[in-house]
Design a protein around this ligand. Structure first.
Ligand code: SAM
Ligand code: SF4
Length: 266
């Protein structure tokens, strides 16, 4: 489907949970760890039905995100269910990587094509500080397993914060280069002020060619991160909510007072 600005919407980012096993400072307020009740979260059959409905309307690429998608039990089963749908050409996932080591092989077998792993620094203490408690060794083990499982090309997402040093960036570049990993820098965004801009090797602010739409874990389509518009499946049905979200996708992002990524999926 095309939106009002002639952008072809082909990419759906699905948040499968708003829960997370970390609480990164720029993403999730401390102590929150997700707010949706189990009964509000869409089950795998509902998500599969959404993808089945949207594939004929032009969605061909799916990215699973969260919260942390790997805290959702049986995620490989969901991947298996949606990878069999006609018209879905690629399934990817954005993860913090903590739980990946034990799961990468199963996810790849189920039909996952690629992963992006979020890693902002190689310094174990800084990593623990940014993520409020994360153990970087588990992320590195996750990266190794993903590579062994053939989840290629693997990209690292690095959020640049005001505290990021040039030295940290250099170390990440070297690590990615020697492990054959892509590296994408994302400037820390503040949805409330609408501040977002392109950084080297990164995305953000490409409104003119934005082909994506987001689905929250409780079944609301969000046409743009920097807008408060949302269209619930419970009110409008799958096709009705999706069509409204596309028709009302703004030309450019502005501001969003929600300002929390964990609930939208980043
Ligand atoms: N938990 C998974 C992870 O961390 O990769 C997936 C969800 S997370 C919300 C998706 C992406 O959003 C991550 O790469 C994260 O670094 C990024 N993100 C979160 N808050 C952000 C912010 N304020 N500005 C820019 N990127 C942010
Ligand atoms: Fe969790 Fe990802 Fe947000 Fe960090 S960025 S708190 S890992 S959802």
């Amino acid at each position: 489907m095309y939106d009002s600005y002639n952008r072809h919407i082909t990419y759906l980012r699905i948040s499968v949970t708003d829960r997370c096993n970390l609480a990164c400072k720029y993403c999730m307020p401390e102590q929150v760890k997700g707010v949706l009740r189990g009964s509000e979260i869409q089950d795998f059959e509902e998500i599969t039905q959404i993808v089945r409905t949207l594939a004929p309307l032009g969605i061909s690429k799916i990215r699973l995100t969260g919260g942390e998608p790997l805290v959702r039990k049986g995620l490989d089963e969901l991947i298996r269910m949606i990878s069999g749908i006609d018209g879905i050409r690629e399934i990817t996932m954005t993860t913090n990587g903590l739980l990946l080591a034990g799961m990468a092989h199963r996810l790849a077998l189920a039909g996952l094509d690629r992963v992006n792993i979020s890693l902002d620094t190689l310094d174990p203490d800084r990593y623990r500080e940014i993520t409020r408690g994360g153990d970087i060794r588990r992320v590195k083990a996750g990266i190794d397993s993903a590579l062994k499982a053939g989840l290629n090309p693997l990209k690292i997402n690095c959020v640049i914060t005001p505290d990021t040093t040039a030295g940290e960036i250099e170390k990440l570049k070297e690590y990615c280069h020697s492990n054959d990993l892509g590296l994408r820098f994302i400037r820390q965004m503040n949805l409330g002020t609408g501040k977002f801009w392109k950084v080297e090797g990164g995305e953000g602010g490409h409104c003119r060619i934005c082909n994506r739409i987001r689905l929250t874990a409780d079944g609301r389509f969000i046409p743009c991160l920097f807008s408060e518009k949302e269209f619930g499946i419970r009110e409008h049905g799958i096709e009705g909510a999706f069509t409204r979200a596309i028709q009302q996708k703004p030309e450019k992002g502005r501001v969003n007072s929600r300002n929390t990524f964990y609930s939208i999926g980043g």
